[in-house]
Write a protein that binds this ligand. Structure first.
Ligand code: SF4
Ligand code: SF4
Length: 383
């Protein structure tokens, strides 16, 4: 019997053979560049714009605003240091012909004052656009998001009402998010649109791992295209120290980003979690359930308990700097963590993507194979 991943890949191929073939060719080009070229890479398939760090929630396990969150110490000025809309639009014009997908992230994206103008511009250039949101402002903006032609909306859900509200530090956020998704579905129906497709992401943590079935049940009421359970990204103190030391030595950079992920999950019944994950993976339902990373039972037990865990079922090679990149709210372009290769306020995205700094980063990653933080980074397990 086909496993879930290949079943999904097969479904995708049947739905859109041209797109699936293009993605296959992109993969081959990426592997060739990552293994055989001198740090140069074909244009990324995805660019993630963090439009703002500002957020109206304070989720416990958030790398930005959570227990160790790295933007909590930012001044008001630093928090408002965001790229202006004209620069953003110009940079989109420069890359439009590449047909790269654009993901919008935050903070909460809908707090960026010109999100509507930016998203409209991205869509006017024919680029795929994905919005990640906490759902707090969704209901009021649902119609606009459907009309604009947004392709995918991804919402994080931590569990049923009480669990979600507690994890997000807001007593009414579950209701707001649900009403927001329902409003999007209503407007899709009213306007005869099939987009945005809805995706639910649920980060597994010590606070919600006993509630995963309830997340599935909620997703079943929302006409979602996919439900993704993600294993928690967290760094133990010794892993963070090792990451910090190495980034200082190699790049003269402080690991500010990873400092936000210093978190030690409380006691978890990992046998229960491994059983639950196996059950969810094999579930046949209205939508696919994806577990990321798709660890074996033994790996799940080790991931949460062993320092410097190493997966046996993945290659442990990160291809992210060859396929995708982050643009931070202040315009910094980063392939990974706190390493900055350039800034879109000063130069075009294309001139940064294969500049010497970016190529050197790729070469060093290929040589080192892994940085200490990679083992807890979802990017490592995408290829
Ligand atoms: S909504 Fe997102 S950015 Fe805001 S605190 Fe929660 S996880 Fe962090
Ligand atoms: S897996 Fe490692 S190299 Fe890749 S993005 Fe994550 S931290 Fe960076």
């Amino acid at each position: 019997m086909l496993n879930l991943l290949s079943k999904n890949a097969f479904r995708k191929f049947l739905r859109d053979p041209a797109n699936a073939t293009r993605k296959g060719l992109e993969k081959i080009a990426t592997h060739f560049a990552a293994n055989a070229l001198d740090g140069w890479s074909p244009f990324p398939t995805n660019i993630t714009f963090f439009l703002t760090y500002r957020c109206n929630l304070r989720c416990n396990v958030c790398g930005q605003w959570g227990v160790s969150g790295y933007v909590k110490g930012f001044s008001g000025k630093e928090l408002r240091d965001e790229v202006d809309i004209d620069t953003l639009k110009r940079r989109i014009d420069e890359i439009a012909s590449e047909k790269t997908a654009i993901t919008l992230c935050g903070g909460e994206v809908l707090l960026y004052n010109q999100w509507f103008e930016f998203m409209s511009h991205v869509k006017s250039k024919g680029l795929e656009c994905v919005l990640t949101t906490n759902g707090s402002m969704l209901e009021a903006n649902a119609r606009k998001l459907v009309e604009i032609g947004l392709d995918k909306l991804s919402l994080s859900l931590d569990g049923p009402e009480a669990v979600h509200n507690a994890a997000r530090g807001a007593p009414d956020i579950f209701g707001k998010a649900m009403r927001g998704l329902q409003a999007v579905n209503r407007w899709k129906k009213e306007l005869g649109s099939t987009t945005p497709v809805l995706e639910i992401g649920c980060t597994i943590s010590d606070q919600n791992y006993k509630h995963l079935d309830e997340v599935v049940a909620i997703a079943e009421t929302l006409d979602v295209s996919c439900l993704i359970f993600l294993h928690l990204a967290f760094l133990r103190d010794e892993e963070f120290s090792s990451q910090s030391r190495l980034f200082r030595e190699l790049f003269d950079v402080e690991s500010v980003h990873w400092s936000g992920y210093r978190y030690m999950p409380g006691a978890m019944d990992l046998e229960y979690l491994a059983d639950k994950v196996a059950e969810l993976k094999n579930r046949d339902g209205k939508f696919p359930i994806i577990i990321h990373p798709d660890f074996t039972r033994e790996e799940i037990l080790d991931y949460y308990t062993k320092p410097f865990f190493r997966s046996k079922s993945y290659t442990n090679k990160c291809l992210a700097p060859w396929t995708s990149v982050y643009v931070l709210p202040n315009g910094d372009v980063s392939p990974c963590s706190s390493f900055v290769a350039g800034n879109i306020r000063k130069e075009s995205f294309k001139s940064i993507w294969n500049n010497q700094k970016f190529k050197d980063f790729r070469k060093i990653l290929r040589e080192k194979e892994l940085f200490p933080a990679c083992i807890r980074c979802c990017e490592l397990y995408k290829h």
